[in-house]
Design a protein around this ligand. Structure first.
Ligand code: S6P
Ligand code: ZN
Length: 193
């Protein structure tokens, strides 16, 4: 095989202190305004967006593309906090490609990985530092930070997976997680179509 420059091994560094990749190709920020449809308390969200539109999470990306393969790393750092009592979380998505799984590795913080199929199967995986979860194909996935520090996780996936957000924007997940007297409480999402 004739190796091209991109076909050689490559390593990147994760900074445990900061909870981010030291080397990344792209960094993205998701503010409350990017997530306004996701939270239950739409009126409170509107006010908070008008006031200071806080950053809910950031993602640091690194893509490894060789002549035969593509893999990506995404490090997500979710800030602690609630809006209308509901914990900060990622938007959540399905993969466009129906045969694409993903690995999530929680490296900092506490929370839940919520998973759901289009047929309505639902799972909530409890996360503490060190939990590694396999997300099978066809399961939507969202991470919720229920702690009082940032929750950081590393995602490993194929770029070919693609992201589909529409169904989650429309339906949300079966359950939401609220803070009640310092505890995480699951409630049924009553805004489903
Ligand atoms: C990509 C992977 C993650 C998320 C990131 C943000 O397949 O699952 O890198 O993109 O955690 O979540 P979301 O739902 O806004 O894409
Ligand atoms: Zn994904």
């Amino acid at each position: 095989m004739n190796l091209l420059k991109e076909d050689y091994p490559l390593s990147v560094q994760f900074d445990f202190e900061k909870g981010e990749l030291s080397t990344y190709q792209k960094r993205a920020e998701r503010k409350l305004s990017d997530l306004s449809m996701m939270f239950q308390a739409k009126e409170i969200v509107k006010q908070a967006v008008a006031k200071d539109d806080p950053v809910i999470y950031e993602i640091f990306y690194y893509g490894f593309q060789t002549s035969l393969s593509d893999m990506a790393l995404g490090v997500t750092r979710i800030q602690p906090g609630t809006i209308g009592g509901e914990y900060y979380m990622t938007k959540g998505h399905y993969h466009e490609a129906h045969d694409q799984p993903e690995i999530y590795f929680c490296v900092k913080g506490n929370g839940y990985l919520l998973l759901e199929t289009r047929e309505g199967e639902f799972r909530a995986e409890k996360w503490t530092r060190g939990t590694i979860s396999h997300i099978p194909p066809m399961w939507a996935h969202r991470v919720v930070n229920i702690g009082n520090q940032p929750l950081v996780f590393v995602a490993s996936y194929h770029l070919a997976a693609g992201h589909e957000y529409e169904p989650v924007i429309k339906r949300g997940f079966l359950k939401r997680i609220f803070e009640e007297n310092g505890k995480a409480v699951f409630t049924l999402n009553n805004q489903r179509e």
